[in-house]
Design a protein around this ligand. Structure first.
Ligand SMILES: NC(=O)c1ccc[n+]([C@@H]2O[C@H](COP(=O)([O-])OP(=O)(O)OC[C@H]3O[C@@H](n4cnc5c(N)ncnc54)[C@H](O)[C@@H]3O)[C@@H](O)[C@H]2O)c1
Ligand SMILES: CC(C)[C@H](C(=O)O)[C@@H](O)C(=O)O
Ligand SMILES: [Mg+2]
Length: 361
């Protein structure tokens, strides 16, 4: 049966990287006999400009009809002065995640061996890095009550609220344990339980869930320590599970260990449709210049094959293709090192697509 893939390029480099992801997916599909159909939708600033709203009904409808979604990025300076809820980020990306029930955001930080020199850490600290961040995606500070008002003393005041229910915590922590079982059997639950009530609840729930997984080690770590440990000794981590905003910040940091933010893919799961997107943003500083690294998007396609299209073989072929292209010395500018062969976004997409074709025969 033909499966529908929604393509939402969005803004900035989103327009350049999504076509590379599609190209690679089409090669996998043609070699392995997957029947896929693609339909493009508007989101973010592009949707504001074309349709007057960051998340048009037609886009939501397309997403709901799809098996999986490949998203580029949203946002950019052009829309920065809009009220928060009308902006591409809080007006489109967050409601899309929420409405599709995508509470689990998986962000694997994996160092491809040829990129050891692109990492800021010494080779012995970084070689073999393979950690998985499991970020809660539809709760916490992003989704609690917010308001701005003038206090009695005349001070302009703003409030954001960090709310979690035990059910929201339990489902994400449970997923982290399930994933750890297929890996190195260690879960680090990251919180700020020395200060926050929501973190104290998070810790209690994590302890409770851990009882169902006696074969997996649970450790708790404060988020500030985690930020430090990530650059001190990242290989101590297997699966990190944490609340929405902590996960947002820690994963940008972890991406650099793997060479660049342009290397960090993501899968957002939990609903009937899953969403795949690179962890980075629309990179307005390099947009439209064919400089963006498309590998986070291409590796997100590998996650799509694994989690939504039941095609482990295609996912593995993409990962192998990326490894081989990097081993041959090709680099986008963010990964540049002496002696490398500099390529643009489209050329990197072509190289991976050709390699996938060769691997799958
Ligand atoms: N999921 C999303 O759609 C998403 C994620 C993060 C930020 N944003 C939005 O993107 C806009 C820009 O945000 P920002 O500048 O803070 O973060 P960003 O991730 O877009 O860029 C940060 C830095 O990383 C570089 N970079 C990012 N992706 C790259 C890639 N694939 N290849 C090479 N270099 C890359 C950029 O050039 C920039 O120097 C903002 O509007 C922000 O809200 C959207
Ligand atoms: C754009 C923003 C709302 C988004 C987030 O914080 O979730 C982004 O930073 C991400 O990491 O996907
Ligand atoms: Mg982020």
């Amino acid at each position: 049966m033909t499966k529908l893939i929604a393509l939402l390029p969005g803004d900035g480099i989103g327009q350049e990287i999504v076509p590379q992801g599609r190209k690679v997916l089409e090669v996998v599909a043609s070699r392995l006999g997957l029947e896929l159909e693609f339909e493009e939708g508007l989101i973010g600033g592009a949707a504001i400009d074309a349709a007057g709203t960051p998340l048009p009904e037609a886009t939501l409808d397309l997403c709901r009809r799809s098996t999986a979604i490949l998203l580029g990025a949203v946002g950019g300076p052009k829309w920065d002065n809009l009220p928060v809820h009308l902006r591409p980020e809080a007006g489109a990306l967050l409601p899309l995640r929420k409405q599709l029930g995508l509470y689990a955001n998986l962000r694997p930080a994996f160092l491809f061996a040829p990129l050891a020199k692109a990492s800021p850490l010494k080779p012995e600290l970084i070689e073999g890095l393979d950690l998985l961040a499991v970020r809660e995606l539809t709760g916490g500070l992003y989704f609690g009550e917010k308001k701005t008002f003038r206090r009695e003393d005349g001070q302009e005041t703003a409030i954001d609220t960090l709310v979690y229910t035990e059910g929201e915590i339990e489902r994400i922590v449970r997923l982290a344990f399930e994933l750890a079982r297929k890996r190195r059997r260690k879960v680090t639950s990251v919180d700020k339980a020395n200060v926050l009530e929501s973190s104290r609840l998070w810790r209690r729930v994590a302890e409770r869930v851990a009882q169902d997984y006696p074969d997996v080690t649970l450790e708790h770590m404060y988020v500030d320590n985690c930020a430090m440990q990530l650059v001190r000794w990242p290989k101590q981590f297997d699966v990190i599970v944490t609340e929405n905003m902590f996960g947002d910040i820690l994963t940008d940091q972890a991406s650099v260990l793997a060479g660049s933010i342009g290397m960090l893919p993501s899968a957002s799961l939990g609903g009937e449709v899953a969403l795949y997107e690179p962890s980075h943003g629309s990179a307005p500083d390099i947009a439209g210049q064919d400089k963006a690294n498309p590998l986070a998007t291409i590796l997100s396609v590998a996650l799509m094959l694994k989690f939504s299209l039941d095609c482990e073989e295609g996912a593995k072929a993409i990962e192998q293709a990326v490894a081989e292209v990097l081993a041959e010395g090709y680099r986008t500018a963010d990964l540049w090192e002496e002696g490398a062969k500099l390529v643009g976004c489209r050329a990197m997409g072509d190289l991976v697509a050709e390699k996938v074709a060769a691997i799958l025969g």
